[in-house]
Design a protein around this ligand. Structure first.
Ligand code: TNX
Length: 504
């Protein structure tokens, strides 16, 4: 798909400065390393985890180069012309996700203390090769990388994107493609919004009608869809291999029309509601006084916990406008205990701060500074997703063909020029786990729609989450972002070519 659009590997190799997110420190030199047809990828220390990263790197470079790029293990110095990977667990300065990259005439050396660092460093190697490296067919030209050194590690541990698969279903191929794109920009949390009024998207074995009934609807009347547990597990392992943790969300006590329709016994009056295919919010609620509600939640949380290697389960908790406020509090506190009883930590939209939070719970800020502060005052940490900046479903401008506008319009510049540690008064760096950009899909039915709203804004959020705040300016960023136009095109991403950016 990208093939006919790619331009081959002519011209100078990308400057270090074009890497997104911007590395912590870089020192380019004159000259270039050339990746040739006999190049190898050599694991110099690190065992199977390092080898898996090496295999993924080789797989990402083979189609466009047409080279064999065999992956091997060799102690000591790597053979000439190769890319060497080494795990050095004692190197504390690199942290859990950092890496050091040395590009010399004789070869490329990537070092990290942990496999995640090797993986992130290998994404930098991709970005330092000409954009045509992303094409899925062989490209002409020479594959050169500017000489120099990069030392890099992230600012925040949580660098996320959210995809709402409930309003419009997006299948496992779309989700894995998104994981690939996230990984290229060093994002490491994929939050999947798996249930809402319009549909339930993850099979729960103990409550099968959730999908067989609740999975067959979506916004606009389409056929919906859902993930079997086997499919979901394949997403989780695909993402894990790319150092992305999947964070599942089941939204409650509101946003549950699809669940109530599947099991009318969960409603207070026992009557099944009609299917919902509109885009209003806040009209449905679980029945807080019924014991069955908590058996239901316990079953769902247990099955989800079993599918989730990461520590967090997201319980939604937003916009429960049809739940009595006192009932909301008792509900969320009880759910917090259920999540904990299954060995996980509760994450929820910032409304959960209206309840008594454990310090290990996490609130996701989206709209209400007072709630974000209240979460922090209780000792909980925040994931920052301020709607005006980070919501990928807001229109770029009034004339954008898709998207919503309730939080305003968000240009590519708006999505870049914000700072998480000064966004909410009373919330500082140490209160923040990281940044996440959500894509709600009321208006997002196709891959092209998804690409249009996510890209290029997601790259800005990736940089905010990874790179130091000092020295980040829109003026410099827009020139660097321009260099990613050909790369995104080669990847087949139909991004919004905003006039704010001097695209090449
Ligand atoms: C608000 S953000 C919602 C979602 C909508 C979104 C649309 C949040 C926690 N709830 O239910 O899809 O706005 O932008």
């Amino acid at each position: 798909m990208g093939a006919e659009l790619a331009t081959g590997a002519q011209g100078p190799p990308p400057a270090f400065a074009t890497v997104i997110p911007q590395p912590l420190a870089q020192a380019p030199e004159r000259g270039a390393f050339t990746l040739g047809p006999a190049a190898r990828i050599v694991v110099r220390s690190g065992g199977p985890e390092a080898s898996r990263v090496a295999q993924l790197l080789a797989a990402s470079l083979r189609p466009a180069t047409g080279y064999r790029l065999p992956v091997g293990v060799a102690r000591g110095t790597a053979p000439d012309g190769s890319i060497g990977l080494a795990l050095t667990p004692g190197d504390r300065a690199l942290g859990d996700e950092g890496y050091r990259l040395v590009v010399a005439r004789g070869g490329v050396t990537l070092t990290a203390a942990r496999p995640a660092g090797l993986f992130h460093g290998s994404q930098t190697v991709r970005q330092l090769l000409p954009a045509a490296i992303e094409a899925d067919t062989r490209q002409e030209g020479s594959w050169r990388i500017t000489l120099g050194t990069i030392h890099d590690r992230p600012r925040f541990a949580w660098r996320g994107a959210m995809l709402d698969v409930a309003r419009h279903f997006h299948d496992i191929h779309e989700v894995k493609r998104l994981v690939d794109l996230m990984a290229l920009y060093k994002l490491n949390r994929l939050h999947l919004h798996l249930s809402d009024d319009q549909g339930w998207r993850i099979a729960i074995r103990s409550w099968p009608r959730l999908t067989s009934v609740g999975g067959r609807t979506e916004v606009g009347g389409g056929k919906g869809g859902w993930f079997t547990q086997r499919e979901y597990a394949s997403i989780v392992s695909y993402a894990r291999a790319r150092f992305v943790d999947v964070v599942p969300e089941i939204d409650m006590p509101g946003h549950v029309n699809a669940a109530l329709r599947s099991y009318p016994t969960l409603t207070c009056n026992g009557v099944a509601p009609a299917p919902y295919t509109g885009i209003e919010v806040g009209f449905s609620s679980l029945c807080i006084d019924k014991e069955l509600t908590y058996r239901f939640v316990d079953d769902v949380v247990r099955e989800l916990a079993g599918l989730t290697p990461g520590p967090y389960l997201h319980i939604g908790g937003d916009e429960a406008h049809s739940t009595d406020p006192a009932a909301y509090r008792s509900f969320v506190e009880r759910i917090q205990g259920i999540v904990r009883s299954h060995g996980k930590r509760m994450l929820g939209w910032e409304e959960i701060a209206k309840t008594k939070l454990r310090r290990t719970s996490v609130a996701q800020h989206w709209q209400e500074p007072a709630l974000a502060r209240s979460a922090v005052e209780q000792g909980a940490k925040l994931v920052m997703s301020p709607a005006q900046k980070a919501y990928l479903d807001m229109k770029y401008a009034a004339d954008s063909p898709i998207g919503l506008t309730w939080a305003g319009t968000t240009s590519v510049r708006d999505a870049y020029a914000w700072e998480p540690a000064t966004q909410v008064a009373g919330v500082g760096e140490r209160d923040i786990l990281g940044v996440e950009a959500p894509l709600w899909t009321e208006t997002v039915a196709t891959r092209a729609d998804l690409d249009y709203l996510m890209f290029p804004r997601l790259l800005g959020h990736a940089e905010i989450a990874w790179s130091p705040a000092a020295g980040r300016t829109w003026r410099r960023y827009r020139g660097r972002l321009a260099a990613h136009g050909p790369r995104l095109r080669a990847l087949g991403v139909s991004f919004y070519a905003s006039p704010e950016v001097p695209w090449r």
